[in-house]
Design a binder for this molecule. Structure first.
Ligand SMILES: NC(=O)c1ccc[n+]([C@@H]2O[C@H](COP(=O)([O-])OP(=O)(O)OC[C@H]3O[C@@H](n4cnc5c(N)ncnc54)[C@H](O)[C@@H]3O)[C@@H](O)[C@H]2O)c1
Length: 316
């Protein structure tokens, strides 16, 4: 896109890469997935702003990129603060002359049953995982529109957004990221900015903290295995692809279906409680959705799915 200037001239092994000439921000890039995204983006030729609220880690990642001939600057800003989120994007524009890509990766996670959760912890999680993504994305879109160069935003969501036990606040925050992706893809298409989401699975600190996640994530699922997907979405080869949520867990790569208005859509002038009851008894009972990532069948339907349908029907 030709917006990059400043920094070292030697871009090392990335000078001819798929992101050559692009300036990219990766948030939460001091460790884990973000670090892999930043390192791989630099190897593909991008100039990278390595953001992490843990400034020492951001410095370490940026220094590692530079040591290998890449271009990187560190930012210790907090994405959950609108002014600091703006400062991350300003750093990119100031250091590299523009911004072509943003990976909204910074995130928090913890497990808690809903009745044992702590309001302060919920607030902190929502501020980072939802507001942080919105603030940084707003700043990036603003800069991209001012440049009139278009761009690519990759929001890191999670398969947990489909619903997972003990992850209510986290899954809600990642569902918000998915909805934001669909809305922003609509808003930004005319400006040439593509917005996609990625649901990763990789061995990181986030996984080490949870016994269940550790069981579901073999050690060979390294963050580097997710980076090619993010690089593809950042680069020009994915032109024409926007509004998509893509999941990669290492070996598997697939599109995540969007929520949709499900047929049959019943119509009547007014729905009173009696007609709603009738709709459920006569129509919707055959259309209820299994819920959560584990696809749990609603109790009312289990008599048909638990292998005992041959026995006389009882009310659930
Ligand atoms: N690891 C997985 O399997 C997995 C699965 C689904 C989604 N994700 C998502 O991927 C992203 C990266 O997760 P990870 O597994 O690498 O976690 P991680 O904890 O290893 O890294 C997250 C990084 O974000 C930084 N960060 C936290 N709050 C910040 C803030 N306010 N401002 C700037 N930086 C901040 C942290 O300091 C940390 O370095 C997260 O959004 C996470 O929800 C991860």
């Amino acid at each position: 896109m030709g917006t990059v200037k400043g920094g070292d001239t030697g871009t090392g092994n990335g000078s001819a890469g798929t992101l050559a000439g692009k300036a990219v921000v990766v948030t939460g890039a001091g460790r884990g997935l973000g670090e892999a995204f930043a390192v791989h983006a630099a190897q593909a030729g991008a100039a990278v702003v390595v953001n992490d609220i843990d400034a020492e880690l951001a410095d370490r990642t940026a220094a590692g990129i530079r040591a290998h001939g890449g271009r990187a600057v560190a930012s210790g800003h907090n994405v959950a603060d609108a002014e600091q989120a703006q400062a991350i994007v300003d750093t990119c524009v100031g250091e590299f002359g523009g911004i072509d890509g943003l990976v909204n990766n910074a995130g928090l996670n913890y497990e808690a049953l809903p009745w044992q959760d702590d309001p302060a912890r919920v607030r902190e999680l929502v501020e980072v995982n939802v507001l942080g993504v919105i603030y940084t994305g707003m700043a990036a879109a603003n800069a991209m529109i001012a440049q009139d160069t278009g761009g690519s935003i990759v929001n890191i969501s999670s398969g947990a957004s489909l619903g997972q036990r003990k992850l209510g606040a986290y899954s809600a925050s990642k569902g918000a990221v998915a909805s934001l992706t669909y809305s922003w893809a609509l808003d930004m298409e005319e400006a040439g900015i593509r917005v996609n989401g990625v649901c990763p699975l990789a061995h990181t600190r986030m996984v080490w903290k949870s016994e269940r996640s550790l069981r579901n994530c073999p050690p060979d699922r390294t963050p580097s295995r997710i980076a090619p997907l993010v690089l593809y979405l950042l680069g020009d080869d994915s032109r024409g692809i926007t509004g998509q949520l893509v999941r990669c867990n290492g070996p598997q790569l697939h599109i995540v279906g969007h929520p949709h208005l499900k047929a049959p859509i019943l119509e009547r002038a007014v729905w009173d409680t009696e007609s709603v009851r009738g709709a459920f008894e006569e129509v919707f009972s055959a259309h209820l959705e299994p819920y959560g990532l584990e696809k749990r069948v609603p109790p009312r339907l289990r008599k048909w799915t638990d292998g005992s349908a041959a026995t006389p029907l009882r009310s659930a």
